[in-house]
Structures are given as structure tokens and as C-alpha cells.
Design a protein around this ligand. Structure first.
Ligand SMILES: Nc1ncnc2c1ncn2[C@@H]1O[C@H](COP(=O)(O)OP(=O)(O)OP(=O)(O)O)[C@@H](O)[C@H]1O
Length: 674
């Protein structure tokens, strides 16, 4: 035995382990001696080779002081015992795991070893004396035989043991110091057997796990809703980008950390436990989410939970709006102000129809009071003690409208409330449902609505059971539904089902005599005592109220805000209103009305205007003022058309007849007829 190999190691335990290994390979062909780096090391001039255990420069210096330049010093390449790697494969991919060793350099070396061996499914962080564990920060820790930093009790230790000397270091040096080739071959065969076992393990389980895992990761990342998975110890095993953005936007390595490190984690806590698997609404940063969690199992073994969140902020907002509308009628016929003929006619008709249980269709322009009528009809009906449920069909997206009207069953869609929810038809049972803006519903909902009207039965969204409903339907629209039917935008069968009892609510311009009363009532309701100059009242009476009562109320509100005097003057009215009226007045003043017969027609219409009655052409032709002129109905129609073009009369539907306008009255005044 001519050769001597020396090993200088950093700790005595490492020294003992590696000496054993070196001796197993080199002896009896070569002598092996070892020193711990903190011991005094004698002069080693005659040795053949020196191994040191790490790349730490101080270790090299110590070795070099003991041997001349001619003696090679090499850092031992080392690798873990292969069978120990199995434990690492059980840790969920992406988990943050501290790797412990006695110095930053050696800890980093171990991490490098692991990565070089393609064991890179974990997020490794070097750990060494001087580092401290923050409470509950990690669940696992990798150690090399001994923990170099005290470990909290919850941490699961993965002991990779001492790293073994790599095969090529042994073989290279062995050849130099005369290790026989037969021994080398024998040693290699044992190593290859161990390697192939590892290859099998890595090749099957690890590669498969990696593949499945990356498929899963990309699937969940594609989901726009936040998703978080935890193992049974509450450590995060997966979190998608949407969840990171919501719960931990500043974290870089969240996998493997407890879910309690997430923002708002107390709200999530029940979902990572067995009892928290009911759908629940929670609020995070002014957004509303329905949270649902599922347990992950393997056979009977509970592996953890996956928790999904669905943003329902918008749906909730719309629901709240609906709820705020309440389920009671707040207005009665007494709240409908006005004593003009067209209005009284509509009220009278409504009262009669209220007692019948058929569907009512209210038509009229925006702001004419259709909703007011719907409330009043309910209050006057036999169902008055039942609920009054109102919904504006134009304000909701199709899906939401459908589930609001007809309800939904358990699990009908993501975010559906556990146990389902009754729709408004069910809620209106025994009362009235008011479908405002019914002309705007989609063809799909038209079909469903038709079914409910025909069968008096509802099937909830996602449900199969048929529920009978007994409620009165009042629908309203400002659209001309007959035209919509002709255009194919509205189902004819539904139209006839809705318009069993049609009521047309007159526009304000057809009942201008109601204006003073409406204004007084509006002021009274607000407790305001102001009066109006005659000019203002004249202007208001002459205005073409396209926005109807809603517009009138706005103008009154504007005037009382602007006016600083007890009497409201023309200058307190909105400019657009005064400008339009003055324009029309000047136009009327320049229209020559030399044909006396035109004036006769205006006089006749004025008389009807004073008695607040609409008048048809036949009646007009035979009125006392015109009878002497011998008007035929068609001649009168042509003449009325001309007067209408001048803005002096207005012709409505057959029932509404013809009315003199403010400009027409002005012309009579100018000609001294009134
Ligand atoms: N005859 C009336 N007397 C007093 N207030 C009225 C009368 N008619 C309507 N209003 C008031 O005018 C406003 C508009 O009425 P409502 O909302 O009932 O109209 P609508 O025809 O349903 O309008 P839209 O078609 O735009 O929904 C409400 O503030 C209502 O209280």
C-alpha cells in the first residue's frame, strides 16, 4: 500500500460518514486518513491525494497548508442516497421548502445537486445557522442528517442523509492510486442497479406527476374566477392568477404557505374545513363572491380542499335594486292627479278592469303614469291583500331576467343559491306581477312568458318540477306592440295573451288642463308654497310635453330651485322650454288665416277644448259652429291636415280626436275671436 488519500471535512459527523465510504472503496489498495477542519492537521507532504468536502475557500487553505503544491486537492462531488429522494417526490409541486446545511455555500450546493438531478418540482430556499423560521412559514424542511437550525414542531423533516461521494470521484482517484479494475467494475454494477431503480421511479411517478400537474395548472389558470387549493394541513398547493391578484398580489412564493397568510383568510377558513362546503356569499374589497369548496379525496383519505370563488357583484347589485322595489303597491287611484276627460276615462276603465282577473296591458308614452296605474289597479283589485311584485324587464340582462321571473333550482348555474330561489311569479302568488317595459323582452323569454300566461305554471331555470302560480299579470310598454308584431320582433300569440284588457294612458299633451293640478300636487307633496305668474302658466300649458309628467315634474323642480321669489316668473323656467315656445308663437303670428272658415274650425275646436272633450271629425263637422258651412268629412279632414301642419291643431288616434293647440288659441286671440 504505497498510496495515502487524505480527507479534510468540515464537521466530525460528515468526516466519519465520508471516511467510511472512501475506505469501503480504496482499502485495502490504498490508505485513507481523515481530519476535521477544526483539528490541528500535521504535515502531509507524502500523501497522494487530498479530498475536501466543500468549495468553502477556508477549507482549501487549511488543506493547502498541510500539503505541497504537487499534491492535488479536489472538492468531493457528492450526491444523496437515492432511496431518500422518494420522500421528496411526495411534496406537492411548487411548495417552498428550506434546504438546510451548515453554511450558505453548502446549502446552495445541495440545492444545485437537487436541480442537477432534475428534482426541481419544489421551490428551494437555502437555510443555515443564522436563518430563523417565522411561525408557521413552512411545512417541510430538507436536512442532511442533522437540522442545522432549530425546527418548529409542525415542520415535517425530509432527511436526505449525508450526501454520498459521487462515483466518478471514486473511480478517477482509484485509477491513480492502483485500485484494480475488477473492484471498480463490481462497485459500478451496484451503483448502476441503484441508479436504474431511481430512473424508474423518476421516469414514471415524477414525470407523470409533472405532466398531470402542468395540465392541471394550465386548466385552472385559464379559469377567470379565483381558485385556491390547500392540503389537509391548510397549506396552499395551488393558486391561480385570479386568486393571487385578489388575495396576495405582492407574494412571490405562496405555494406551500398556509392559507392564513392570504388576505381576508378568516373569511376563507371555513372552506378549507369539512364543514364549510355550503355556497356562501362573502365580500372582499367591495366585491361580492359566492364561495364554494370541494374536498379532494383519494379513496377515504382526505387530501385537502379546492375552493372556487365567483364574482357576483353585478348580479347582487341588480338583485338589491329589485328587492328595493319592494313587494307592495304604494299608489292608489287617489294618487293619480287630474280631471281631464282622457284621464278620467282611463281611470274609469282601469277601475272596471281591476275587478276582473284578466291580464291588463297598459300602453302609453314614457312618464305618462303607467306604473302608477299598475299600483292603483292592484290596490283596487280582488288581490289587493296579496303581494304586488314589479320588475322592469328592460333593466336586466336576459339570463338574470329569466331567473328573476321564473326562479332557479339548486345548482342551475354557477353562483346559484343553495336550495334554489323562487322567481317573481312564485313570489307574486295570490297577488299581482307588474311587468314593466314588456315590449323589450327577448324572444326566448317571450316563449317562456307565453307558457306561464297560458298554463299558469312555472318551471324554474334548471328545474324539472312544474309549479302552479295564481297571480294577476299587468304588463306595460311604451312601444307600439302591434307594430312590433308586424315587424316580427314580438310574438303575436303573446301580444294577444297580454292585451286581453288594453288600457291606453293618455299623454300629457292630450290633457293639458291637468297641468295646474299636477303642479299644485307636486308642490304640495314637497311642502313648497309658491305661485306661478300667468305668463308662466301659459307657457307651461303651451309646451309640447314629450317627457310627459316626468318632464313636467323636472321643470317644476328646476323652477322652484332657481326662483328666489314667491312668484315664479318666465325667467325661472329652463331656457330650452321658453325658446321653443317663443319660436312657435312667432310662427303662428305670421301665418295668414284669411280664410274665415279656418277660424270657424278653430273656434269649434276651442269650444270642445274648454269643455275638456276630445272631438272626432264627424262630430266636428256637425258641431253648431261648423254645421252652417256644410263641411263634408273628407273636406274637413284635408283642412285639419293643413291646420295641423301649421301647428294650430293636433290630431290623435280616433278615440283621442282632434285638439286645438296653444298656437291655435293664440291665432284666435290675435283675430279677436276670443
Ligand atoms: N296622474 C298622475 N298624477 C300624479 N303623478 C303622476 C301621474 N302620472 C304620473 N305621475 C308621476 O310621473 C312620474 C312618471 O310616472 P310613471 O313612472 O308611472 O310613468 P310610466 O308611464 O310608468 O313611465 P315609463 O314608461 O318611463 O316607466 C312618476 O313620478 C309618477 O308618480
Amino acid at each position: 500500500m504505497d498510496h495515502t488519500i487524505v480527507l479534510i471535512a468540515k464537521g466530525t459527523d460528515t468526516l466519519a460518514f465520508l471516511l467510511k465510504e472512501l475506505r469501503a472503496y480504496f482499502e485495502p489498495y490504498c490508505k485513507v486518513i481523515g481530519y476535521a477542519s477544526h483539528e490541528p492537521i500535521p504535515d502531509l507532504s507524502g500523501v497522494s491525494h487530498v479530498f475536501i468536502t466543500t468549495r468553502a475557500p477556508e477549507l482549501y487553505t487549511i488543506a493547502r497548508q498541510a500539503v505541497p503544491e504537487t499534491v492535488p486537492i479536489t472538492v468531493l462531488n457528492r450526491f444523496f442516497e437515492l432511496r431518500k429522494i422518494k420522500a421528496l417526490m411526495q411534496i406537492p409541486p411548487g411548495t417552498t421548502v428550506p434546504v438546510m446545511n451548515n453554511s450558505p455555500v453548502t446549502a446552495q450546493e445541495v440545492i444545485q445537486n437537487l436541480r442537477e438531478a432534475n428534482i426541481d418540482h419544489l421551490h428551494y430556499v437555502p437555510f443555515h445557522p443564522g436563518c430563523t423560521f417565522e411561525e408557521a412559514e413552512f411545512q417541510y424542511a430538507i436536512i442532511m442528517s442533522i437540522p442545522d437550525v432549530p425546527l418548529p414542531p409542525h415542520v415535517e423533516i425530509i432527511d436526505l442523509g449525508f450526501r454520498k461521494i459521487s462515483i466518478h470521484d471514486l473511480i478517477d482517484t482509484g485509477r491513480k492510486v492502483g485500485v484494480p479494475i475488477e473492484w471498480e467494475r463490481q462497485y459500478l454494477s451496484a451503483f448502476i442497479a441503484e441508479m436504474s431503480e431511481l430512473a424508474k421511479m423518476l421516469g414514471t411517478s415524477y414525470a407523470e406527476v409533472q405532466k398531470l400537474n402542468s395540465q392541471l395548472q394550465s386548466t385552472f389558470q385559464a379559469v377567470k374566477d379565483p381558485v385556491i387549493a390547500c392540503n389537509e394541513a391548510g397549506l396552499i398547493t395551488f393558486i391561480n392568477d385570479a386568486a393571487v391578484e385578489l388575495f396576495c398580489p405582492l407574494e412571490t412564493a405562496i405555494i406551500g404557505k398556509p392559507y392564513t397568510t392570504l388576505k381576508e383568510s378568516s373569511q376563507l377558513a371555513p372552506f378549507f374545513k369539512q364543514e364549510g362546503q355550503e355556497d356562501t356569499l362573502i365580500a372582499i374589497e367591495q366585491r361580492q363572491f359566492i364561495v364554494r369548496s370541494h374536498s379532494i379525496r383519494r379513496g377515504h383519505e382526505q387530501l385537502g380542499f379546492v375552493c372556487t370563488l365567483k364574482d357576483v357583484t353585478e348580479i347582487q347589485r341588480l338583485r338589491t335594486q329589485l328587492t328595493l322595489r319592494g313587494h307592495t303597491a304604494t299608489y292608489s287611484f287617489a294618487d293619480i292627479k287630474g280631471d281631464s276627460q282622457p284621464l278620467l276615462h282611463a281611470i274609469e276603465l282601469s277601475k272596471k278592469m281591476a275587478k276582473n282577473n284578466q291580464t291588463i296591458l297598459l300602453t302609453g308614452e314614457n312618464g305618462t303614469g303607467k306604473e302608477l296605474f299598475a299600483h292603483a289597479i292592484h290596490q283596487h283589485s280582488l288581490q289587493k291583500n296579496g303581494p304586488f311584485v314589479a320588475i322592469n324587464c328592460a333593466s336586466l340582462p336576459e339570463n338574470l331576467l329569466e331567473s328573476e321571473l321564473f326562479g332557479y333550482d339548486d345548482g342551475a348555474f354557477t353562483g346559484a343559491r343553495k336550495g334554489g330561489k323562487p322567481g317573481l311569479f312564485e313570489q307574486a302568488d295570490g297577488g299581482t306581477i307588474f311587468l314593466d317595459e314588456v315590449g323589450d323582452i327577448s324572444p326566448a323569454i317571450q316563449v317562456k312568458l307565453l307558457r306561464v300566461l297560458q298554463e299558469k305554471q312555472v318551471i324554474r331555470v334548471g328545474g324539472t318540477g312544474i309549479l302552479s302560480v295564481d297571480c294577476r299579470v299587468i304588463a306595460a310598454t311604451n312601444r307600439n306592440l302591434e307594430d312590433a308584431v308586424k315587424e316580427g320582433a314580438f310574438r303575436e300569440d303573446l301580444f294577444y295573451r297580454l292585451a286581453v284588457l288594453p288600457i291606453e294612458i293618455p299623454a300629457l299633451r292630450e290633457r293639458i288642463s291637468d297641468i295646474p293640478l299636477l303642479i299644485d300636487d307636486h308642490l304640495k307633496q314637497q311642502g313648497i308654497r309658491k305661485s306661478w305668474s300667468p305668463e308662466v302658466m301659459e307657457l307651461l300649458l303651451a309646451h309640447d310635453w314629450r317627457g310627459n309628467i316626468r318632464e313636467l315634474k323636472n321643470v317644476v323642480d328646476y323652477a322652484i330651485t332657481v326662483s328666489e321669489h314667491p312668484v315664479i316668473g318666465v325667467s325661472d323656467l329652463p331656457k330650452r322650454l321658453t325658446e321653443r315656445i317663443f319660436q312657435k308663437q312667432s310662427l303662428a303670428a305670421v301665418v295668414p288665416l284669411d280664410d274665415e272658415r279656418n277660424l270657424d274650425i278653430l273656434i269649434a275646436l276651442y269650444q270642445y277644448y274648454l269643455s275638456n272633450k276630445p272631438v272626432g271629425r264627424y262630430q266636428l263637422a256637425h258641431s253648431p259652429a261648423l254645421q252652417a258651412n256644410g263641411w263634408t268629412e273628407s273636406a274637413l279632414r284635408n283642412r285639419l291636415k293643413q291646420l295641423e301642419q301649421l301647428g294650430l291643431v293636433r290630431s290623435g288616434t280616433t278615440r283621442q280626436g282632434t285638439l286645438i293647440t296653444r298656437d291655435g288659441i293664440e291665432v284666435l286671440r290675435k283675430h279677436g275671436k276670443i
